[in-house]
Design a protein around this ligand. Structure first.
Ligand code: GLV
Ligand code: GLV
Length: 324
């Protein structure tokens, strides 16, 4: 009999097509756009050989125990893996596939869009235009900050950070700087970025883009200690994970004028409650975690997740396997 797989969400069609046409698995699908309720998930995974999930599913000891000893492959349709208990997966010898690279362009594009939207105050501007605030052309009205001659800082230099810098360069950025746990010489040389300390990154950046993975080490690293060293004119952008930011500190830094503005594609929690203080700040632009949301990229992520799963079940190298 064929290996059994549970797919925790209605993933984009290309991935399901790959599973269907492979003839190698029988899968059950949570055929909804909304997450499977936890209790339902714990029931459905019982006895499966493989699991294809998205980032809203917490894959922890409880879930893995509920699945039982047949489970040997986990494939997540995401580049982020902070929803996975890597230790628990490793302990059980479960292989893990994820979806880096295929979403790099989409995430970089969105990050640039969010950066410009935030720095040039586009959301405020359209609101003013629509609601009667546009009394006349005014010399200093809705002024923002420009990329030309600026220093752009990247917190956590990986594929996505490089792709963002490549796109920003034509805007005449003067200098790219980055910090990470250690220098990333090869990636940095692609964008002539200089390795600096966290402190220098905070002090020098006109635009600071967070591009690191959420790990125990990066949890809450964007806090008042960082914001207090930043320029009052600096713009903070986060398209990685909400957990890297201390949101109370960010709200304080934004409302006090410690920094100029923030653009966030990710928050804690998601969705961010509509009455959250960050939503009340004009200088904070919040998007609902859409950085990889282009048709082509979401289909590519779905396909890659399906191919990772099939390869894993066959005991073959996965196209993109996370090293545990
Ligand atoms: C999106 O946030 C992802 O991890 O793919
Ligand atoms: C702006 O529209 C200008 O003419 O300066």
């Amino acid at each position: 009999t064929l290996p059994r797989v549970y797919v925790t969400r209605r993933v984009p069609p290309e991935g399901l097509k790959i599973l269907n046409e492979s003839g190698q698995v029988q899968y059950e699908l949570w055929d909804s756009d909304d997450p499977v309720p936890r209790q339902e998930l714990l029931k459905r995974v019982k006895g499966v050989d493989g699991l294809l999930c998205v980032l809203t599913e917490k894959i922890d000891a409880e879930l893995l125990d509920a699945a039982g000893p047949n489970l040997r492959v986990l494939s997540t349709m995401s580049v982020g893996y902070d929803h996975l208990s890597l230790d628990e997966l490793k302990k059980r010898g479960i292989r893990v596939g994820y979806t880096p690279d295929v979403l790099t362009d989409a995430v970089a594009e969105l990050t640039v869009a969010l950066l410009l939207t935030t720095s040039r105050r586009l959301i405020e501007a359209t609101h003013e235009a629509k609601t009667g605030g546009w009394g006349t052309w005014r010399t200093m009205w809705l002024c923002g900050y420009e990329l030309a001659n600026s220093t752009v800082g990247i917190l956590g230099l990986g594929r996505i950070g490089v792709a963002i810098a490549e796109r920003l360069k034509p805007f005449k950025v003067k200098k790219f700087i980055y910090t990470d746990v250690e220098p990333r010489a090869e990636l940095a040389s692609m964008i002539q970025a200089e390795y600096v300390s966290m402190e220098e990154l905070a002090k020098q950046s006109d635009f600071l883009a967070v591009c690191c993975a959420l790990t125990p080490e990066t949890q809450g690293i964007c806090n008042m200690k960082l914001f207090s060293k930043m320029k009052n004119t600096a713009v903070f952008i986060n398209t990685s994970r909400g957990g890297v930011v201390n949101q109370e500190d960010l709200a304080e830094a934004l409302s006090s004028g410690q920094i100029a503005a923030a653009g966030l594609d990710v928050t804690t929690p998601e969705p961010l409650p509509t009455d959250h203080p960050l939503f009340k700040l004009k200088n904070c632009v919040i998007l609902p975690h859409i950085a990889s949301a282009s048709y082509s990229t979401r289909n590519a992520m779905s396909s890659l997740a399906a191919n990772n799963l099939l390869a894993g079940l066959k005991g073959e190298p996965m196209p993109k396997e996370l090293k545990l």
